[in-house]
Ligand binder design. Structure first.
Ligand SMILES: Cc1cc2nc3c(=O)[nH]c(=O)nc-3n(C[C@H](O)[C@H](O)[C@H](O)COP(=O)(O)O)c2cc1C
Length: 340
C-alpha cells in the first residue's frame, strides 16, 4: 500500500495544524520522506491554497490531514461556567473575557465541501484525526486514487478503521505531542507507541500497514519501530523547530528550554500533550467546573494565550528534550543517516 506513495525512506512528517507549511511539507517530500499539511484548522480556500503551493514546491507525494471529531453540542450552562472560571485571568490582565465561545473548526465527517476539495486537488494521501469520515466519503476518495489513513490509539479503533476501508493505520502512542487521536475523547488507552505497534502488528485480524507515531525523535527510534513491524514512522515534535515551520520564535525557543510535557483537556476540550504551562497549574482549581468541549474550549484558550505568555500553548511530545536545531532537509538527512 505504501508503495503507491513512492517514498524513498519510511519517514513521515506529522501533519500539524498551525505548524506545518507548504515549505516544510515539500522539504520532507523532496528529501525522500512523506511531507504533510495539517489542514484541520484551515478554511476551504486556505486548504486549497496550501495544497497548490505544496504541489509547486515538490513533484513528490505528501499527505493532507483533517479532523473527524463528532460535533459537540455546546451546553450554554457549561459555556457560562467555563468563561466564568477563566474570567479572573482576563480581569487580572485588564481585559474582558469573551461572552460566547466560537466553534473554531468543523468536522470533515459528512462535509461535502471538504470531500470536494480533495477530489478537486487530488493529494496522494489524506489522513484523519479524532475519528473516521463516513463510508461514502472514504469510497469517493479511494475511487479517485487518494490513499486514506487515520490516527488510532487502541485496537478497537484500528479494527473499526479497517472495517470501513481505511488503507493505512497511524498508531499514535501516548508519548505523542499535540492532540490524542482517540475517536472518543474520554476513552484514553494510554498505550506506549512501541506497544501499540506490536498490538496492531501481532493481531490476527489487522491486515493494514502500521505507521508508528509518538515520541520518535531520531533514526534509532525509527529503526526500533520498523523492527517491530511498522512500515514507517511519523515525527511531529522533531520538526516544529525547523525554519520552515509556522511555529513562532517563542514556541521554538521553549522547545529547547523546557523538557517536561503533560496531557490535559482543559486547553482545547480534548486531551493533548504540550509543554508544562500555567494551564497545567490551574487544573487543580477547576475540579468542579466542566470545560465547554472541543473546539469551543480552544477558542477562549487561544484568546488567553495571546494576552499572557504564561498561558502559551506549545504542543510537544514527551521526548522533546531530544530535539535538535536543524532545518527540514538537514533533519531528514540526519534521520536517514542514523536509520541506515
Ligand atoms: C504541534 C503539533 C500539532 C499537531 N497537529 C496535528 C494535526 O493537525 N493533525 C493530526 O493528525 N495530528 C496532529 N498532531 C499529532 C501528530 O500527528 C503526531 O501524532 C505526533 O506529532 C507524534 O508525536 P511526536 O510529536 O512526539 O513526534 C500534532 C502534533 C503536534 C506536536
Amino acid at each position: 500500500m505504501l508503495n503507491q506513495l513512492n517514498i524513498k525512506y519510511p519517514i513521515f512528517l506529522a501533519p500539524m495544524a498551525g505548524v506545518s507549511t507548504p515549505a516544510l511539507a515539500a522539504a520532507v517530500s523532496n528529501a525522500g520522506g512523506l511531507g504533510a499539511l495539517g489542514l484541520g484548522s484551515s478554511t476551504i480556500d486556505g486548504a486549497i491554497h496550501q495544497i497548490k503551493q505544496t504541489k509547486l514546491l515538490t513533484p513528490n507525494a505528501f499527505q493532507v490531514n483533517f479532523f473527524c471529531h463528532e460535533e459537540y453540542k455546546l451546553d450554554k450552562e457549561q459555556e457560562k461556567d467555563w468563561i466564568h472560571f477563566l474570567s479572573k485571568e482576563f480581569f487580572r490582565l485588564g481585559k474582558e473575557a469573551p461572552t460566547q465561545l466560537q466553534q473554531l473548526y468543523s468536522s470533515f465527517k459528512n462535509n461535502d465541501d471538504y470531500t470536494n476539495l480533495l477530489l478537486d486537488t487530488k493529494p496522494k494521501a489524506v489522513s484523519f484525526h479524532f475519528g473516521l469520515p463516513s463510508y461514502s466519503q472514504i469510497s469517493a476518495l479511494k475511487s479517485s486514487g487518494i490513499l486514506t489513513m487515520v490516527s488510532v490509539t487502541q485496537l478497537s479503533e484500528a479494527l473499526e478503521a479497517q472495517a470501513l476501508g481505511i488503507d493505512i493505520l497511524i498508531a499514535q502512542g501516548i508519548e505523542a505531542g499535540g492532540h490524542r487521536g482517540m475517536f472518543n475523547p474520554s476513552r484514553e488507552s494510554g498505550i506506549f507507541t512501541s506497544d501499540l505497534v506490536s498490538i496492531l502488528i501481532e493481531h490476527p485480524q489487522i491486515q493494514l500497514p502500521v505507521v508508528a507515531a509518538g515520541g520518535i525523535m531520531a533514526g534509532d527510534a525509527i529503526r526500533k519501530m520498523l523492527d517491530l513491524g511498522a512500515s514507517a514512522a511519523q515525527l511531529g515534535t522533531a520538526f516544529i523547530q525547523c525554519e520552515e515551520s509556522a511555529a513562532n520564535q517563542s514556541y521554538k525557543n521553549a522547545l529547547f528550554q523546557q523538557k517536561n510535557t503533560q496531557i490535559t483537556d482543559i486547553i482545547s476540550g480534548r486531551p493533548a500533550r504540550g509543554l508544562i504551562s500555567q494551564w497545567h497549574q490551574i487544573l487543580a482549581s477547576c475540579h468542579e467546573v466542566q470545560h465547554s468541549g472541543y473546539p469551543y474550549t480552544y477558542d477562549i484558550a487561544k484568546k488567553l494565550s495571546t494576552l499572557d505568555p504564561a498561558f502559551s500553548i506549545y504542543w510537544a511530545g514527551s521526548n522533546v528534550s531530544n530535539i535538535r536545531r536543524l532545518n527540514a532537509q538537514a533533519l531528514m538527512e540526519t534521520l536517514i543517516e542514523e536509520l541506515l
